[in-house]
Design a protein. Sequence first.
Length: 420
Amino acid sequence: MNNILEKANYCASCVIKPCQIGCPFNNDITSFIKDIKNKDYQHAYEVLSETTVLPAICGRVCPYDKQCQGACVKRVSYDAVSIGELETFLGDLSIENNWMIPKKDSSNRKEKVAIIGGGPAGLVCAAFLAKNGVHPTIYEKHNYLGGILYHGIPDFRLPKDILKKTIDKILDLGVEVKLNQELGRDITLDYLEKEYDAVFLGIGGNISLQMHIPGENLKGVFGGNELLENKIHPEYRGKTVIVSGGGNVAMDVSRTVKRLGAEHVYVIYRRGEKEMPATKEEIADAKKDGVEFLFQHNILNIEGTTQVTGVEVIKTELVQKEGESRLSPVNIEGSNYHIPCDYVMMAIGSTVEESVVGTLELERTARGKIKIDSEGRTSNEKIFAGGDLTNTPGTVAFAGRSGRDAAYAILEYLEKKSDN
């Protein structure tokens, strides 16, 4: 406890609150930290609950060095305030003490909203609807809730008991759940539109992208997202594994594979370490687990006849291209070489399942995502969307924020509908 108070007292309680601006949820960080300083922990949790229902989760898995802590003014000359650790502390304390998520007295409301998908976007949307008296029902295709929180983040980063207890707090708000219900298989959008006053689509995008290079169809090439979700792994002991990518999925896959016994695990990333989307903590933890990194390398092709035998890689240099703020990797001619390996894991990003999204009859973006406005409204006034299904940035907090924004937009829609 003394360590937590020391970390809280390190906060300068800035008036301009840049950390709040850097947080996707816009949590009132300086206010809840001030409450921690005063040992008023329950009120600190209530302050957090005004904007988020995932403190025990986001405090653990958020890339806070690129979000709230990255905006901390102390970071200019010193270390940033340990916001993630302080948020985790409050989230865990709320679970230990069974503090309920504060709810408004709206017992007279009768509206029902269907939530498709029990991942972070769907859970947060359901929570903020229930907090305001609306009756949400989550339809989830798996036999568990959590989505990527459950099957995409390993236990060593997010313990399953913490996830379950966080979800239970959300369900205690009055959220109904229907498991093993997949859109397009067990339920249709037409049915939900008829049965509910509004619908929120929070389907995750867990189909791994491909690099479109020779050899991707060889036996031994896997999608990182699918490996984490399905937990069906080949035998890694004594094997060499290549992981392509630089985000948190690449870190989770590489660490999981290493912990399952792989002799060598190489993460290949086209840019440098400081450009990696993964957090500093995740990169450092991967190195501690024995994962090796090949920065400024690019995979040209995957080698083998039927089974993976290796990869051909090439070194890259980072150049500033006109009109681009981010340095771009360019292959260095003649720097090619070969790395023998047994498996290749693709962790360069993910997309949604076209067989589902293509049947929704909603306007889409040029990249095939569901098009929404800033508050989650789709081209159908009764249907809202968020998370990976849309162009929402791919972090837990941004997915949750999209669910919260949509919840408020749904409440506004329901109020206008009742006035007519």
